[in-house]
Design a protein around this ligand. Structure first.
Ligand SMILES: Cc1ncc(COP(=O)(O)O)c(C=O)c1O
Length: 397
């Protein structure tokens, strides 16, 4: 069976509370249309964040809501997009005809020596660090838009909420995708949800598919000004969220025990995966804040990915679709420790084989060089012999 490290879905879910709830209510809800306006779901999401239901718009995953955000962003003079970034931003912005401007994020800076030291000392990357901000925030005019992802996929970098405040104050449309924010315990989150009522130009996107393992069911939501929520609602089909997803969302948000279990599990699981990867030759790991890790490799990641898949049925996420990263980076999800063990053993074996092959190739090259050098010296010696012989002959002539 395929061991999938490419999708960053929690291995702890779906929570038993959701599975049981869906089982109990399935018969009653399948035949009917979802409730118009999703009143109960919106109320429970609002309650979860201390907001009224009118500030909430549920969607068929955060991906659906990106489509509507992009439609608003298309009215902006230009839209700043982090590079590298989640591919669906570009998809939705292209589809709506938005004018995109790249905002390069310095990934190499995240991998600098000082940070490694931190990682080796056991720092988990949960603290925002203004000191090495990998991005120069643009000056936004009221006509501009920007899409921010926090924590950032694929690096796992956590921007401080404070660093985003000045962008909001500048008046442009700011879309903050917090699809992975719920993996941080509340006291460590850097969410801007609390500012939604203060800034009508702020849209926050959240996903329930990763934290609760509901990727197949599809559920996300936007927290945004009620006028914008109503406009998006008028644009889209009346029932984008199916009844089972709506039930799952309400149960999941109430399941505090599952949330606590995830917050206890993740830091330790991520730490062991990080140090296991860091111990392998030719790999560097960025200690991100989310439930995945970005790895920089001196070996081609396409080669690693192919061998892992062929020989061990393990799938890692290559970064070829992020042009800023290419073949020297890959991403892995944090999973259960037995899965980590399988990955680390397989990667260790492949890296050792590659090293041995390269060693042999280098040895072969060295031997070839030596042989060529011998030949050359012999040639030289022979060339030397001829004039000498000639000289001797001449002398004797
Ligand atoms: C950063 C980011 N935002 C949003 C999404 C989409 O989430 P959903 O499954 O809720 O549509 C993903 C999915 O991988 C993602 O990585």
């Amino acid at each position: 069976m395929l061991l999938d490290f490419s999708a960053s879905i929690s291995p702890l879910g779906p929570p038993q509370s959701i599975v049981q709830g869906l089982h109990d209510q399935m018969g009653a809800v399948l035949a009917a249309y979802p409730s118009p306006g999703y009143g109960e779901l919106r109320a429970s999401i609002g309650q979860h964040h201390g907001l009224g239901a009118e500030w909430v718009l549920p969607g068929n995953g955060a991906a659906e809501l990106l489509t509507w955000a992009a439609r608003d962003l298309a009215d902006c003079r230009r839209v700043y997009l982090m590079d590298p970034g989640f591919g669906d931003y570009a998809r939705s912005l292209r589809a709506s005809g938005a004018r995109v401007e790249s905002l390069p994020l310095d990934v190499e800076l995240l991998f600098d020596a000082e940070l490694f030291l931190d990682a080796e000392l056991g720092w988990l990357g949960d603290e925002p660090r203004g000191a090495c901000e990998p991005l120069n925030w643009p000056a936004l005019t009221a006509d501009d838009g920007i899409v921010i992802n926090n924590p950032h996929n694929p690096t796992g970098y956590l921007f401080s909420a404070e660093s985003l405040r000045s962008l909001l104050a500048q008046g442009g449309l700011v879309v903050v995708d917090e699809a992975f924010m719920d993996f941080l315990p509340p006291e460590r989150q850097q969410s801007v949800v609390g500012w939604v009522q203060a800034f009508p130009n702020l849209v926050v996107l959240r996903s329930l598919t990763k934290f609760y393992s509901l990727a197949g069911l599809r559920l996300g939501y936007a927290l945004l000004h009620p006028d914008r929520a109503q406009r998006w609602q008028r644009w889209r089909d009346p029932w984008p969220v199916n009844s089972l997803a709506a039930i799952a969302g309400q149960i999941g948000l109430r399941d505090k025990a599952f949330q606590r279990k995830t917050w206890t599990w993740l830091p330790e699981a991520r730490r062991t995966l990080l140090s296991g990867l860091q111990d392998l030759p030719r790999l560097d790991v960025y200690p991100g804040s989310a439930n995945f890790l970005l790895v920089r490799s001196q070996v081609s990641c396409t080669q690693l990915q192919t061998q892992l898949l062929k020989k061990y049925h393990i799938l890692i996420r290559d970064c070829m679709s992020f042009p800023a990263l290419g073949d020297r980076f890959f991403r892995v999800a944090v999973r259960r420790s037995e899965d980590h063990q399988r990955l680390l053993t397989a990667l260790g074996t492949i890296l050792a084989e590659i090293q041995a092959e390269q060693g042999l190739a280098e040895q072969g090259l060295a031997e070839q060089n030596l042989a060529e050098q011998d030949l050359a010296e012999q040639d030289l010696a022979e060339q030397d012999i001829v004039p000498k012989a000639q000289a001797v002959a001449g002398e004797t002539m």
